[in-house]
Design a protein around this ligand. Structure first.
Ligand code: UP5
Ligand code: MG
Length: 194
């Protein structure tokens, strides 16, 4: 029944907007389980015997988006393996294919609470990712060339998904250009009410 469905918050925003950082804060304070679609894909890429490793790496390096059949399945498995029923889904859905796949497979099985949108300008986003790369993130997409493509994909493909949820009145927008502490303090105002 309705009440037994897992609760989901989508956490969206450009590359380096602070999705991972703020999800970690929310987990500590509010007991959600954090599922980063990017992390799930990076783990699958490394998994011995995975048939998708090369495909995933190609998309990550090009800043393009992995087919939803792969990503959505990884999310579904991670949800089944978790001990709680409150999830932050970080970095998904990020294009029309993702949204349609989610609607087909998952929408009816969960209770989507809202979309937390970390709004951050392009320069700040790129600067944060480049700095993280320079500090040795080891991510194959934290370089100038890939970042241009990640930004382009974000504006062309991912923002329209945020806009779609905005038409449903489901988006809570945070100014993610502020300090980590200030952003989290704004986020707490939202989560303390649920
Ligand atoms: N930082 C964070 N907040 C800060 C603040 N307020 N002030 C100053 N610094 C701040 O933060 C990034 C860096 O900025 C860190 O060094 C942090 O300390 C600092 P982070 O919290 O990691 O930001 P996040 O938004 O999580 O950035 P990330 O780079 O992870 O975002 P992306 O959306 O680009 O990456 P993701 O891992 O989600 O996806 C990577 C790729 O996987 C995609 O490009 C795509 O190819 C693929 N993918 C799919 O195909 N499908 C999916 O569904 C998901 C991913
Ligand atoms: Mg992240």
């Amino acid at each position: 029944s309705q009440v037994m469905k897992p609760k989901v918050v989508f956490v969206l925003g450009g590359p380096g907007a602070g999705k991972g950082t703020q999800c970690a804060n929310i987990v500590k304070e509010y007991g959600f389980v954090h599922l980063s679609a990017g992390d799930l894909l990076r783990d699958e890429r490394q998994r011995p015997g995975s048939q998708y490793g090369e495909l995933i790496e190609t998309h990550i390096r090009n800043g393009t988006i992995v087919p939803v059949e792969i990503t959505c399945k990884l999310i579904e498995i991670a949800m089944k393996n978790a001990q709680t029923n409150k999830f932050l889904i970080d970095g998904f859905p990020r294009n029309k294919d993702n949204l349609e796949g989610w609607k087909r497979e998952m929408e009816d099985k969960v209770d989507l609470l809202f979309v937390l949108f970390l709004d951050c300008n392009e320069k700040v986003c790129v600067g944060r990712c480049l700095q993280r790369g320079a500090q040795g993130s080891g991510r194959s997409d934290d370089n100038e060339e890939t970042l241009k493509k990640r930004i382009q994909t974000f504006y062309n493909d991912s923002l329209p998904i945020v806009e779609y949820y905005r038409t449903l009145n489901m988006v809570k927008t945070m100014d993610a250009g502020k300090s980590k502490e200030e952003v989290f303090s704004d986020i707490k105002e939202i989560f303390s009410k649920i």
